[in-house]
Write a protein that binds this ligand. Structure first.
Ligand SMILES: Nc1ncnc2c1ncn2[C@@H]1O[C@H](COP(=O)(O)OP(=O)(O)OP(=O)(O)O)[C@@H](O)[C@H]1O
Ligand SMILES: [Mg+2]
Length: 278
């Protein structure tokens, strides 16, 4: 994951878009959200958070970044974020992986990443986690987990509400807690212990400017202002507009690049609208 000359590292796209951010040097901002997630993990007694935001708002990127924090060196990170994570081991569970829809694979993937032996029942899973070192379980797109045997949510609810405080849960969804509650009865045990919600919105001004300034070719000031204004500082739109601007400066010389860039954002926005959740 680490690289020093990341601006010239051909394996890193300058402005990745479409897939979640997987390299910390491509991750910008969210310092307030990360502080809240860290604080939830740092308290001795359990504290669980729910991250909600529209499609492409950066939910998976944020959870993947938290997963990386314990392994980060200061030079891996953009400004405003310290390495390290709350004395807990963050474990990201990819609920889009069809293997995770089988209960035994779901349980044992968590145990394996916690450095614990595989088990064959929920009871043994619960006992193993109750004794384990503190961990944060990151459940991205938690509605995908509604396919799992509901007994797992009772187990996590028990662990998440116990004095041992060994398990702290951060989940994300494009749905709000209320919508999940209405739609997915099996997830209710988990939702019951989740008190606080983080809503993912745009980046702060200096965070958005830092993303733009990461370009290997500096942007003219007027283009930077145009990108800030037209992206609404949403990371997904920032990445797309920056990518068009960079390709223009690198030689595409497309006089219509701004029109094309906005058309691309509109096409993605229609996808966002079509999921009908926000
Ligand atoms: N913190 C960030 N820094 C830089 N770019 C980001 C950040 N967060 C998101 N992005 C950009 O937004 C895009 C969408 O991010 P991501 O896939 O994490 O969103 P999501 O909310 O998980 O989307 P979905 O609802 O489709 O699962 C990424 O491909 C990336 O271009
Ligand atoms: Mg996602």
């Amino acid at each position: 994951m680490r690289t020093r000359n990341w601006r010239t590292d051909a394996s890193l796209a300058a402005f990745p878009c479409g897939v979640p951010i997987l390299h910390p040097k491509n991750f910008f901002g969210r310092s307030a959200e990360i502080r809240r997630i860290r604080e939830a993990g740092a308290v001795r007694l359990p504290h669980h958070l729910f991250v909600s935001g529209p499609r492409h708002s950066g939910k998976t990127s944020l959870l993947r970044f938290v997963e990386f924090l314990p392994h980060a060196a200061p030079e891996d990170l953009n400004s405003g974020i310290e390495p390290g994570y709350a004395g807990r081991r963050p474990i990201f569970v990819d609920l889009h992986d069809p293997r995770m829809w089988h209960l035994d694979q779901f349980l044992n993937s968590i145990l394996k990443r916690a450095g614990l032996a595989a088990v064959s029942s929920i009871d043994r899973f619960t006992a193993a986690l109750a004794e384990a070192s503190p961990m944060t379980i990151l459940l991205d797109d938690v509605e995908e987990a509604a396919r799992l045997d509901p007994s797992v949510w009772d187990a996590l609810r028990f662990l998440g509400a116990s004095r041992s405080g060994s398990v702290n849960i951060i989940m994300s969804s494009t749905y709000s807690i209320g919508e999940l509650w209405d739609r997915y009865e099996t997830l209710r045990p988990l939702l019951r212990v989740t008190g606080h919600e983080i809503l993912l919105g745009p980046l702060a001004g200096p965070e958005a400017r830092e993303l733009i300034a990461s370009s290997p070719v500096p942007f003219p000031e007027e283009d930077e202002d145009w990108i800030l204004e037209n992206s609404g500082k949403e990371p997904c739109w920032l990445q797309i507009l920056c990518d068009f601007c960079l390709r223009h400066l690198r030689g595409d010389r497309d006089a219509e690049w701004k029109t094309r860039a906005l058309a691309r954002c509109n096409a993605i926005m229609r996808l966002r609208g079509s999921c009908g959740q926000f």
